[in-house]
Design a protein. Sequence first.
Lengths: 278, 158
Amino acid sequence: MNRKFKNMFRAAVLGTGLICGSVVMTAQAHPLWVLPGEFVVSGDESSWVTFDVSASHTVFGYDKGVGLQNVQVFSPDGDRNPLGSFFKGHRRSVFDLLLDQDGTYKVFAQRPKFYFTSYKAGNRDTDKRMWADKVEAAERLPENARDVKTMQIDMSSVAYVTRNAPSDSVFQPTGKGFELRPVTHPNDIVQGEEAVLEALLNGKPVAGVSVEITPGGTRYRNERNSIEITTDSNGRIEFTPGQAGPWLLSADYSMPSQSPLADTVEAIRFITFEVIPE
Amino acid sequence: MRKKILATLLAMAVSGTVQAQTVTVELQLPAISSSQYKRPYVAVWVEKQGERRALSTLAVWYEDKKWLKDIRRWWRKAGRYDTDVDAVTGATRAPGTYTLDWQTENLPQGDYLICLEAVREHGNRTLLKQLVTVGEGAKEYRIAAGDELGPVSIKVGE
């Protein structure tokens, strides 16, 4: 599993040639997304919702199937819910989830953490890289390696679905690391109305985080139409989606690593949400 | 605290509350010729602008709660909170003209948003809105028809 992710990541990075730094690096990783068939369900009976999971650069185009052992479902009452039927294909994975409580569920998918070391070598300062953590890289690096940097990639993706009245218990941050906290309920985002989201580092709002928000269906238009925005001094972004449909939000944050295995941690967070027409 | 109460009382005295005014909403469900025709799900409700939740639901016509969420705006503003709706729910209606009354008793004078939403399986969704002023005597409003709703007439009584 881990290796497969690495391979997929490697293909993406090496395919593009030059790597200048972490920004380019993380930007090359395939965005991971979780797309429910319905974000909102109603009724007195339990409802099944179907989910697609894939990793791709086109927004909601299927590219890489993802292992579902790294999907966790948090229900409104705080319990973990098991998945229903599931399937992992080459280009996407699919699972069913039974919503048997009223309120908002959080569906969380994660890539296993992996490491990437970049350095310069040779008389011409050629950029080089290897899939190795800091300890591993130290053994394999050539003697004249310079500007050695090792990063740990920490990528996860979330979707929120609600049965009947919405709740906010699943928004509670853990207070550890880089997290996104919905301020506007993600199932209440309306075309032409402002929505708000907060970025947190160890539970405190963090300014200057770059966020990109893209409407689905990029394959069928020439412009990506992303909203690019940075968190303000309160750690918040405010944005007004101009079109209805499913959207993908991503936020990247680079921080020093606490581990001897890396210099930095590149945290990449995704949220899938739907924008509803007025 | 006393100051606050006084201020509130003053504000009420200035703005006034509305004494038992009746707002009548007359709507039409158009006859639609389609081999896939099913009666639409319809909701009529009142919002106070700037407030998240609807003030009052006047009618909801549906068959299966599973699809109530498709009356999207009503579901978001009122239906999902399931407050005082049972009294105004009913089965879906055939094409025709229907009249609903809204009693404004004890409401502050001011503007209220009357919303009508109709959504039909294999058909369209129509959302109509009209801001009406209550507490300033009789008024009349008209909303132009949409795909799933005919023209609407709203009368604010004396």
